[in-house]
Design a protein around this ligand. Structure first.
Ligand code: SF4
Length: 254
């Protein structure tokens, strides 16, 4: 007897019944989606999102506007998020093994972070490197980590985080501002090959100030029930095509 490992055992409960593979994956995905939906909703604008190019999208996020049904978080998306946390844990372990004092928790066990604007803007940082071998950068340094697909990772290596990933770059600038750090180490891991890329990013106060002003504008708009202008004049604009609020934005609102 042969077993097709890609498509389950082949046994079904009846003609046309879904395979073992489909049934098990459906159960896993349903559990992950249910767990995610049971999480308390964010009551703040996350510092990691402020670099997002479209202000209207940020207002939708801040006000918990539902995603378009075809763009809701799937089990697979949630698995990708969870795997990213595991990759981060590995990178932290490797960096510590190389002799760097990388702190990821406060003394009381809480996560490092900040909040401002009466708790309406918050950020949670991956860590702070307070000491380590001489690699040509000063300590302490903000530590931020991302796990990326090979193509995306290669683009960061080629163009640098500022050009390749402006949302991450904005996150670094804001976090340095609020954590009062002059420098950041941005580490990204290639999820296919486990290659690591590290970049030193210096603090630019005018960039952080502009982002902070932008965050205040988003909150003001959301609290006044205003929608900022769209980022594009056409719903086929590439940024819009991947936006989880596409239908809401282009069909349901003027
Ligand atoms: S669909 Fe486009 S304009 Fe509308 S919120 Fe999304 S990114 Fe912004």
């Amino acid at each position: 007897m042969s077993i097709d490992l890609n498509h389950g055992s082949g046994f079904t409960y009846g003609a046309g019944a879904p395979s073992l593979n489909a049934r098990l994956n459906a159960l896993i995905d349903r559990a992950l989606v249910a767990q995610n939906e049971a999480q308390p909703k964010r009551t703040y604008l996350g510092g990691s999102r402020i670099g997002e190019a479209c202000n209207r999208r940020l207002v939708y996020e801040y006000t918990h506007t539902p995603h378009d049904p075809d763009k809701a978080f799937t089990g697979q998306t949630l698995r990708i998020f969870a795997a990213g946390h595991q990759f981060e844990e590995l990178s932290i372990r490797w960096i510590r093994a190389a002799g760097f004092e990388l702190l990821t928790q406060r003394r009381d066990g809480g996560q490092f972070g900040f909040e401002t604007a009466g708790g309406r803007i918050k950020g949670h940082i991956d860590g702070v490197i307070v000491d380590g071998p001489d690699i040509g950068m000063p300590w302490p340094a903000l530590f931020e980590h991302k796990a990326l697909k090979a193509k995306s990772w290669a683009d960061v290596v080629r163009r640098g985080v500022e050009l390749s990933k402006p949302v991450y770059y904005a996150q670094l600038q804001l976090y340095m501002a609020y954590m009062e750090l002059d420098v950041a180490l941005f580490t990204c891991l290639n999820k296919d090959t486990q290659e690591l890329h590290h970049e030193q990013v210096g603090f630019l106060p005018h960039v952080a100030q502009a982002l902070s002003d932008k965050a205040a504008d988003i909150i003001r708009a959301a609290e006044a029930n205003d929608l900022p202008p769209r980022i594009a004049a056409n719903p086929d604009f590439h940024v819009c095509r991947f936006c989880p609020f596409h239908s809401t934005c282009w069909e349901a609102t003027p």
